[in-house]
Design a protein around this ligand. Structure first.
Ligand SMILES: Cc1ncc(CO)c(N)n1
Length: 229
């Protein structure tokens, strides 16, 4: 239970603390152009390739969450997330890449971009240095951001779904599986943040800000790949 002088923080306080950066992430040009179909396919293909590397490290980060879990409840939760990424998400991603003409062999051999390196290793470092909450906050922009981006895209009148080559991507992240994982994570974070001190909140907000900046760089990396693949 939070003490009576606890500010009782929630996830919404984290996004509001860095509102401008959060908006730049969820309304990035990559996302807008994916929705209005003006995104060059080379950009999306490059993004998909790098996202394969991202998902591998994302799975490792949940493996680290397993290790950092202090009790059976948390252990089970992190283990289920790790299993979902390894058994389902990565399979889906490989299948999705195949539809885009990217073979599994190509995925296994591709060179990791600096943006991918920076983001994924940053998340892992937060987990290594800190506790389970630091790690969850470093992971929050992935889960919460993509969930928010996809639902916004479906609501926006500028989004074109018919004949949109990226439609499946939008619908995957707006779909029930991802959305329910996002809701669970929001619940977890709201509970965990409810009794942190102001000082601790500021530390966590810095992690959240940097992870969000690295998500922005990840979109920009895709956008910059106009001719590279
Ligand atoms: C870079 C990035 N962030 C978040 C997600 C959502 O899992 C993803 N697939 N890739």
């Amino acid at each position: 239970m939070p003490s009576s002088d606890s500010p009782h923080y929630t996830l919404a306080d984290l996004t509001q603390r860095h509102e401008a950066i959060w908006q730049t992430y969820i309304d990035h040009e990559f996302v807008r152009r994916l929705a209005d179909t003006s995104l060059p396919e080379s950009c999306f293909r490059h993004y998909l390739q790098q996202d394969y590397r991202f998902l591998i490290h994302f799975a490792r980060a949940w493996g680290l969450a397993v290790y950092k879990s202090p009790d059976l409840f948390e252990l089970r939760r992190a283990f289920e997330a790790l299993k979902a990424i390894v058994d389902t998400e990565l399979d889906l991603h490989v299948g999705f890449c195949r539809q885009w003409g990217i073979s599994e062999r190509e995925l296994a051999e591709l060179e990791e971009e600096r943006e991918t390196l920076a983001y994924t290793r940053f998340v892992l470092d937060c987990g290594h240095r800190g506790d389970l909450l630091d790690l969850h906050v470093a992971l929050a922009p992935c889960l919460i951001g993509y969930g928010e981006i996809a639902t916004r895209l479906l609501e926006q009148p500028t989004t074109v779904l018919e004949h949109n080559p990226y439609r499946e991507w939008i619908e995957m992240y707006a779909g029930e599986d991802f959305q329910s994982a996002m809701r669970d994570e929001i619940e977890w974070l709201d509970r965990a943040l409810s009794d942190v001190s102001t000082e601790r909140f500021e530390q966590l907000a810095a992690i959240f800000r940097d992870a969000t900046r690295l998500e922005i760089d990840f979109w920009q990396m895709g956008l910059n790949a106009v001719r590279s693949s």
